[in-house]
Design a binder for this molecule. Structure first.
Ligand code: ATP
Ligand code: MG
Ligand code: FE
Length: 355
């Protein structure tokens, strides 16, 4: 089976061709990503209208490029998979309508893929993981701990009740006049900082529910920065290091509880695994924290290569292939994009928000 994947939910336009053989072994035939970082950097964040326009301008060419690099034409493709949520509605419309148009014109089936499902199943492509496993998604738009039980079977154990972790990094950077995107800048500055200088809050630590909250942390950063302004480079470094320390301790508590819950639920799983995804997975302090936590709890720590942790079309294509292989019917061509679309559809009603 061979599928064309399309991703346009945020600030990356991406197309990819991926195959899966009868044994389930994947081959990535092409993987094309165009990041809109430059378009948005002047604004310190993703501007939805600019993102949608950039997707319109780039997507056709990117799809051609993905087919060319894979050395196939549309007639060699068995299906199309396009992200249809969650994300910015303008971008989703561009990608999903393009997917529909190709499906209609070629008579091939269309899979409307949940972006989060793409992240959730990536570790099966990169590391051949078997179900069940735990997945932590930490990106600019999401912070979620998800139990992955099977294709289409997800349970959301925790989510952020305010800011996403990547968003907290970005906002902290902005407060400190560091460049966008904030994550890498904060990590860089933190290297020469003292993580003990500021005692920033560790929201929700100790709570039985596995949710996250990062907006209070950002407020504490603002207060500290205002109190000691004007900031020297050392002050900035110390704030960044202390911020990362608070993040680490929060993750340690929240995810630690998640690992324990997993073990209690699946005592017979021989090698339980925690997968990390999203741009914040690039952060070495975060990685180190999760690795140590996994070592301590005898979990395998799986961090797919960074270009497959951040937004890409390979994961969307792969999610489509996994659905095909599981016998899930393709979507009707009147399927609509959804800006909010929790993986675990009971979660929205349970918690009252869709982030
Ligand atoms: P979505 O949330 O829809 O998946 P996104 O574009 O917001 O998409 P990614 O592209 O996966 O998410 O990740 C971007 C985020 O990752 C940004 O918030 C960025 O600051 C953060 N990030 C990138 N590198 C680092 C790093 N080294 N340390 C911390 N955060 C980082
Ligand atoms: Mg992105
Ligand atoms: Fe993403």
């Amino acid at each position: 089976l061979r599928i064309l994947g399309i991703e346009t939910s945020c600030d990356e336009t991406a197309a990819a061709v991926v195959e899966r053989d009868a044994e389930g072994v994947p081959t990535v035939r092409s993987d094309v990503v165009l990041s809109q970082l430059e378009e948005h950097s002047a604004y310190g964040g993703v501007v939805p209208e600019i993102a949608a326009r950039a997707h319109v301008e780039a997507l056709d060419t990117l799809i051609d490029e993905a087919l060319k690099r894979a050395n196939v034409s549309l007639s060699d493709i068995d299906a199309i998979a396009a992200t249809s949520g969650p994300g910015l509605i303008g971008g989703l419309l561009v990608g999903l309508m393009t997917g529909k148009a190709i499906a209609k014109a070629s008579g091939k089936p269309l899979y409307a893929v949940n972006h989060l499902e793409g992240h959730a199943l990536t570790a099966r492509l990169t590391d051949g993981l078997s179900f069940p496993y735990l997945m932590l998604l930490v990106s600019g738009g999401h912070t979620q701990l998800i139990l992955v039980r099977g294709v289409g079977e997800y349970e959301r154990w925790g989510t952020t009740i305010d800011d996403a972790l990547g968003e907290a990094f970005d906002k902290t950077a902005k407060l400190l006049s560091l460049p966008y995107p904030g994550g890498p800048a904060v990590e860089r500055a933190a290297k020469s900082g003292n993580p003990q200088r500021f005692k920033f809050p560790r929201p929700l630590v100790g709570e039985a529910k596995l949710n996250f909250s990062f907006s209070g942390l950002k407020t504490a950063v603002r207060q500290a920065a205002t109190e000691i302004a004007p900031l020297t480079d050392q002050d900035v470094a110390d704030i960044c290091a202390s911020f990362q320390d608070a993040v680490s301790r929060t993750l340690k508590d929240r995810i630690g509880r998640g690992l324990e819950r997993f073990k209690a639920l699946y005592p017979d799983v021989e090698q339980p695994a925690l997968v990390v995804a999203g741009g914040v997975a690039a952060n070495l302090v975060v990685r180190g924290t999760l690795q140590a936590l996994c070592d301590k709890n005898r979990f395998r720590f799986v961090a797919p290569p960074l270009h497959l942790c951040t937004d890409n079309a390979v994961m969307i294509a792969w999610a489509g292939l996994e659905r095909m292989a599981t016998g899930v019917a393709p979507d009707d061509l009147d399927v609509q994009p959804r800006s909010r679309w929790p993986l675990d559809s009971s979660a929205e009603t349970l918690l009252g928000f869709g982030k």
